[in-house]
Design a protein around this ligand. Structure first.
Ligand SMILES: CC(=O)N[C@H]1[C@@H](OP(=O)(O)OP(=O)(O)OC[C@H]2O[C@@H](n3ccc(=O)[nH]c3=O)[C@H](O)[C@@H]2O)O[C@H](CO)[C@@H](O)[C@@H]1O[C@H](C)C(=O)N[C@@H](C)C(=O)N[C@H](CCC(=O)O)C(=O)O
Ligand SMILES: Nc1ncnc2c1ncn2[C@@H]1O[C@H](COP(=O)(O)OP(=O)(O)OP(=O)(O)O)[C@@H](O)[C@H]1O
Ligand SMILES: N[C@H](CCC[C@H](N)C(=O)O)C(=O)O
Ligand SMILES: [Mg+2]
Length: 486
């Protein structure tokens, strides 16, 4: 595509330098630039890549998109906001791939990964070839790729959608983080269905207030096309039981379908029985009632399943078909994953890394054991500090014994993170063990028959970030190792 044709979609820009080169691709990392590419400079939180424009030109860039004048021998296009322009240009350059997909976006503090995987399972079982984008991986049809963010930047996202389309994928399900919404990573995506799971405290390091955090999530619903002007109807799938549900309902012009335990929700569960390995309930829909048995524990997973059924309904999948699929669905990696090596007590690895997530998991564990509950938990560094004492308090209040340890300390002092956690507990029994391996070993050595050891916070993660180093670390492997050796 010629540079000037590509630029036609931008409202404001000025071009400095001669020529109208053919643009072979778009790159936003200097190391990815190839001959003929448009290099987009971003003034990021870590790096201002305007300083890398010269290197990009040497690497073969045919043009540069920037927010200020740069000395270059190739055309430099100046726009007020390169991040926003990147989203618009990527959508245009890759031929609006999101318009060709049935696109589902799931947002909320907790449950995005679980819900997207359940939706993907239902869609796949009904014969659709799907794409999935989220925390665990990017899935293109059958192939899995590494994901670096829960929601990729707008360029990577549009490139991924293009690959979906080229490989015959017709529906895509993705997690949409509040960071992504705030940073415009999903700007220009034509969602058909937007799902809200819940809103509880997290990420206040970034969003500063719960109102800002909620408003960021609201962008997914306000950008959902107006149902009266588009050919296919758009749907907002909203958890009616959450305090923020009204805000999201009011944010959108799309059809609203609600779910929850509240009898006023369009899709709701009643007579819920929660057991160690299953949840049984009656699903009430506008079209009648059905009995359902899920093969995983936790009230929160009933919500995730309801969200998946309501989404599948909006996508045109018959409810009975969704029920049959969900009843066969297995749990998601690192979410309430049990580690069984024949030990007389239970070990559960769970990705709970927010106060609400931790509380829910511990409440669920309480319903399935009469033994003691030992909790190993830490809080990530360079992330929300306000949640640290709250999570520590929850670990002590809902568990019988807590061991506070490191999660991913990143560039923070691990001991200082533990001090922040300690501030939340007074007169409770706990230990501080900075080394996560040692903390897990200690917890397992304390466990008696019938007890449950919960190892929280890192779930599926196979690494631990300490300083700027990424070390191999997998809670599940560490637990297995010590169980076998004990
Ligand atoms: C704080 C934050 O959200 N940062 C995100 C943001 O980075 P940024 O815009 O500040 O970019 P930067 O690293 O300063 O780089 C600026 C530019 O220089 C370029 N660059 C950079 C280095 C280089 O050598 N050469 C080069 O060209 C980069 O490609 C980029 O275009 O934009 C990047 C691209 O979209 C993200 O990868 C990055 O996520 C960082 C890694 C991160 O840790 N983010 C977390 C907080 C996050 O986003 N988490 C959510 C999930 C949260 C949840 O729901 O629980 C997520 O969606 O992943
Ligand atoms: N609907 C829910 N409500 C509350 N807690 C939940 C819910 N679903 C899952 N959880 C808890 O939150 C943890 C994380 O779940 P999941 O990975 O599905 O969320 P996520 O929103 O994708 O998280 P992230 O923001 O890190 O991507 C789970 O391990 C579980 O403890
Ligand atoms: N998406 C979340 C994941 C947190 C996982 C936890 N293990 C941590 O590192 O804090 C975040 O980036 O805040
Ligand atoms: Mg996730």
């Amino acid at each position: 595509m010629r540079l000037h044709t590509l630029l036609e979609v931008l409202p404001f820009f000025s071009v400095h330098g001669e020529g109208n080169p053919d643009i072979s691709n778009i790159a936003n990392h200097h190391k990815k630039v190839k001959n003929g590419d448009l290099f987009i400079c971003i003034n990021g939180l870590e790096i201002d890549s305007h300083s890398l424009a010269e290197v990009a030109e040497k690497n073969g860039a045919a043009a540069i998109l920037a927010e200020r004048r740069l000395d270059a021998g190739i055309p430099v296009i100046i726009v007020p906001d390169t991040k926003k322009a990147m989203a618009i240009l990527a959508d245009h350059f890759y031929k609006q791939p999101s318009h060709q997909l049935l696109l589902v976006g799931v947002t909320g503090t907790n449950g995005k990964t679980t819900t997207t995987h359940l939706i993907d399972h239902v869609f796949t079982q009904s014969g659709m070839k799907t794409g999935l984008i989220g925390t665990l991986h990017i899935k293109v049809g059958e192939e899995l790729e590494v994901s670096h963010n829960t929601t990729p930047d707008s360029l990577t996202l549009q490139q991924t959608f293009r690959r979906f389309c080229d490989k015959g994928v017709r529906s895509a399900i993705m997690e949409v983080s509040s960071h992504a919404l705030d940073q415009g990573r999903v700007h220009g995506c034509d969602y058909d269905i937007a799902v809200f799971t819940n809103l509880t405290q997290d990420h206040l390091d970034y969003h500063k207030t719960m109102e800002d955090y909620r408003n960021a999530k609201g962008l997914l619903f306000s950008q959902l096309g107006n149902t009266y002007f588009k050919k296919s109807p758009k749907y907002a799938i909203i958890n009616k039981d959450d305090d923020a549900s009204d805000y999201f309902i009011k944010s959108t012009a799309a059809h609203v379908v609600t779910y929850g335990l509240s009898p006023s929700a369009d899709f709701h569960a009643k007579d819920v029985v929660l057991r160690a390995t299953e949840s049984v309930f009656t699903l009430v829909t506008p079209f009648g009632e059905r009995e359902m048995v899920l093969k995983y524990a936790g009230k929160f997973n009933v919500y995730n399943a309801l969200a998946a059924i309501a989404t599948a309904f909006a996508a045109g999948i018959p409810i009975d078909e969704s029920i049959r699929s969900l009843e066969k669905a297995k749990g998601v990696r690192g979410r309430f994953e049990t580690i069984s090596e024949g030990q007389p007590y239970s070990v559960i690895v769970d990705y709970a890394h927010t106060p609400d997530g931790l509380k829910n998991v511990l409440e669920t564990i309480r319903t399935i054991t009469n033994g003691h509950v030992i909790v190993v938990v830490g809080c990530g560094g360079d992330r929300d500090r306000i949640k640290r004492p709250i999570m520590a308090e929850i670990a002590c209040d809902y568990g019988d014994y807590a061991i506070f340890t490191s999660d991913n300390p990143r560039t923070e002092d691990p001991e200082a993170i533990l001090k922040d956690m300690e501030a939340g507990v007074v007169g409770k029994q706990y230990q501080l063990i900075v080394d996560r391996k040692e903390a897990i070993k200690e917890a397992l050595s304390l466990a008696k028959p019938e007890d449950v050891v919960l190892i929280a916070g890192k779930g599926h993660e196979t690494y631990q970030i300490i300083g700027n180093h990424v070390y191999d670390f997998d809670d599940r492997e560490v637990a297995r190792h010590f169980i076998k050796g004990l």
